[in-house]
Write a protein that binds this ligand. Sequence first.
Ligand SMILES: [Zn+2]
Length: 311
Amino acid sequence: MFYIGVDLGGTKIAVGLVQKDGALIAKKSAKTDAESFAHIMDTIADTIAGLLEENGFSTEDVEGIGIGCPGSVDSRSGVVIYANNIRLDNAPVAQTLRARIGKPVFVSNDANCAALGENVMGGAKGLDNLVLITLGTGVGGGIIIDGKIFDGNNGTGGEPGHSLLRMNGEACTCGRRGCWEAYASATALIRQTKAAIARHPESSMSGDAQVSGRTAFEAAKRGDKAGRAVVARYLRYVAEGIVNMVNIFRPDIVLIGGGISHEGDYILRPIQRFVDRRSYGAAYTTPPRVKLATLGNDAGIIGAAMLCRGK
Ligand SMILES: [Zn+2]
């Protein structure tokens, strides 16, 4: 018997056939039609059917289906309450797919699923208390306590990106000002890079026609002073928020994923140094290691499949 894991994203639906131990056997993906709930449900069901057929299995071989969805997800009722970039408002995902496929369906937030996937098969294997931070368009978070997703009341907790870094600070997409996400996301880094270019027209970054999350890192690596300053400040924002997480949860490990994580050791070393110095009780204890998430996009599929274990 297998689990099916589904990672529902704004542009792509990725479906995987996952063994009960978390091993990903095969996967298949389809484009997301973000405008229609019914169409998204059809695409998920069709992609699952296609994946099973291609691998010589049928729904008889499936014990359950887990789905990671963006936004606020009530994991108990299987309803997506609200998603930013897909039309899923109060969408009864679990109920709809269960009726369609005839198997138990479990739903959680995509970042929670990624954290669970990293716990079962990735960078936090064997470490049952972890915080996963994804540095991408926003700052996503997944919190695993004793091997289980912690997502609070109605599954709407576990959003460290919207904890405060600076009162009355930068505007955040959530409506508040000064959230960690407004300083530590790739979007924020791009804004910080553009501001530095405006202040330092002599910087080599000025030649970059399309400023991206890589612009400041590349400049810093070739010794550009303004680039180095942007990166140092950005990593401080990231690290201050991680210390907040460490001081609340004191996990066994902190994992970093998302686009910015491709910078690897270049970001890990300064962040680890800061965490080692500034975590509560750092002089008397060993703060957690900060490492990279290792599964990439597969984490969400594997973690979603592992939701089926919890029934
Ligand atoms: Zn916010």
